[in-house]
Design a binder for this molecule. Structure first.
Ligand code: AMP
Ligand code: ZN
Length: 472
């Protein structure tokens, strides 16, 4: 039975979707004015793993992740670079999609953008005004938190407590300090849209309520994001959606914990961030994915080069095992399928136990950390068998099971390349890369490229005429 930790109830609950076999999932996406940092990559990776596991469990998953493409930070960046905001956001959306692809993240069912959804956003604000949970003052529209009785139910904050802590803003035209903006009037030099309240643009929170409704309907199963979104973003989304639709919004609220540096949240504003692009290029994107999934998504995770090195080594242990396994299978190509003896029967039942334990770990609130440690146990057992046993049938059973478990987490994807033969063009590119590495005295990289080619049955020879390659 799949159990999910729900921030709303603060406990693990049995996962029961609204409609049988179908899951509607919305994950708050990035504000696109920069390349993403590896803290941002955490929700991207962990909720992709959640989605993949739901698919394995037989659910059809409708997965929506938005891009926030209008925001103060985007406008600031556009002004600094003397560019149009659309130019900035188009560029960073494209780059973020590239990053997601590099992390082996399945493409979303939809990636809506705020600037394309103004009609839906304005419609929802109008509904909230009609229902008297929003009010209009001088071109601004605010959500009236006093008129939504459940305000605070996600973050477990009571309104009075929130009010006491709220800063009194200079430009205080709100009825209540906790009320939040749904529509703001146009400022000189900023992008704007026409609305019943004059020219302006939406506040941040309303976009997700409106887009979730348009792409997934009034009620969804899972709403997810980083834990910094619990308050105010998700609290406000609940207020808007439930007030407008008169229905419970999301059944399960899932939040990943932070990726930290020196025990402080990695964030753009603190300036302690590392770009995913840089970390991915240095250690491999597959290492980043492995590193994130080797921890449970609700545990804080520290980032350091040393930890990335050990993640890389860990992933390599799995890759090497698969390579050795494939090699052993290749060596038995011409041998007949052997009978399974009693000791081998025992190994098969042991594999079944690992498999069950893997599924149990994933059923327990997507415990990818335990799931990966079970993969390592299976790797260890496989390595031992390869050394001593050569039963083709059993080798194939090992292979099938290892690949299945690894695929559920989407862990190894560079080796997929190995299954197709490399094109001449690709081989030449790699040879060129190796030559550059040698020139730069990066012999480890040069050796890795040679090893990669060899594992793809490409032999290379350094000659006076240059590097020759031959398929063996
Ligand atoms: P932002 O672009 O800041 O709105 O963040 C996009 C997503 O990344 C949100 O779900 C955030 O909660 C998440 N996020 C930002 N920083 C971190 C971090 N250091 N660790 C984990 N998640 C983060
Ligand atoms: Zn959101």
């Amino acid at each position: 039975m799949l159990k999910v930790y729900n921030t709303l109830t603060k406990q693990k609950e049995e996962f029961i979707p609204l409609a049988p076999n179908k899951v509607k999932m919305y994950v708050c996406g990035p504000t696109v004015y920069n390349l993403i940092h590896i803290g941002n990559a955490r929700p991207i990776i962990v909720f992709d793993a959640v989605r993949r596991y739901l698919l394995v469990k037989g659910y059809e998953v409708n997965f929506v992740q938005n891009f926030t493409d209008v925001d103060d930070k985007i406008i600031k960046k556009a002004n600094e670079e003397n560019k149009d905001t659309m130019e900035i956001v188009n560029h960073y959306i494209e780059e973020t999609l590239k990053d997601m692809h590099n992390l082996n993240v399945l493409p979303a069912t939809a990636n809506p953008r705020v600037t394309n959804e103004m009609t839906e956003i304005i419609k929802m604000i109008e509904t909230l005004i009609q229902k008297e949970t929003a009010y209009h003052i001088n071109g601004s529209v605010f959500f009236d938190t006093q008129n939504f009785k459940d305000y605070g139910k996600l973050s477990k904050k009571v309104l009075e407590e929130l009010e006491a802590g709220a800063r009194i803003e200079v430009d205080n035209i709100k009825k209540n300090p906790m009320d939040f903006v749904l529509w703001k009037p146009k400022k000189e030099g900023e992008p704007y849209w026409e609305s019943p309240w004059g020219q302006g643009r939406p506040g941040w929170h309303i976009e997700c309520s409106a887009m979730s409704k348009k792409y997934l309907g009034e009620q969804i199963d899972i709403h997810a994001g980083g834990e910094d979104l619990i308050f105010p973003h998700h609290e406000n989304e609940i207020a808007q959606s439930e007030a407008a639709n008169g229905k419970n919004f999301a059944t399960y609220w899932m939040h990943n914990s932070f990726l930290n540096i020196d025990n402080k949240k990695m964030s753009k504003s603190l300036g302690n961030f590392m770009l995913l692009r840089d970390v991915g290029e240095a250690f491999g994107y597959d290492t980043v994915r492995f590193f994130m999934l080797a921890a449970h998504y609700r545990s804080p995770l520290n980032f350091s080069d040393t930890l990335m090195e050990s993640a890389k080594a860990g992933l390599l242990r799995i890759k090497n095992c698969l390579d050795d396994l494939n090699f052993a299978i290749k060596n038995t190509e011409n041998s007949p399928i052997d009978q399974i003896d009693q000791s081998e029967e025992l190994l098969i039942s042991q594999i079944e136990i690992y498999k069950t334990r893997f599924y149990d770990a994933m059923d327990d609130d997507f415990n990818t950390a335990d799931a990966i440690s079970i993969i390592f146990e299976l790797v260890k057992m496989t390595n031992t068998y390869i050394k001593n046993g050569r039963n083709k049938k059993l080798l194939l059973i090992f292979k099938e099971n290892l690949y299945n478990l690894i695929d559920i987490l989407g862990l190894i994807y560079e080796t997929q390349e190995k299954q197709d033969s490399l094109s001449d063009e690709k081989i030449l590119k790699l040879i060129e890369k190796r030559a550059i590495a040698k020139k730069e005295k990066d012999f480890q990289k040069a050796d890795e490229i040679r090893a990669f080619l060899e594992s793809n049955n490409i032999q290379i020879k350094d000659t006076r005429e240059g590097v020759q390659f031959k398929r063996v």
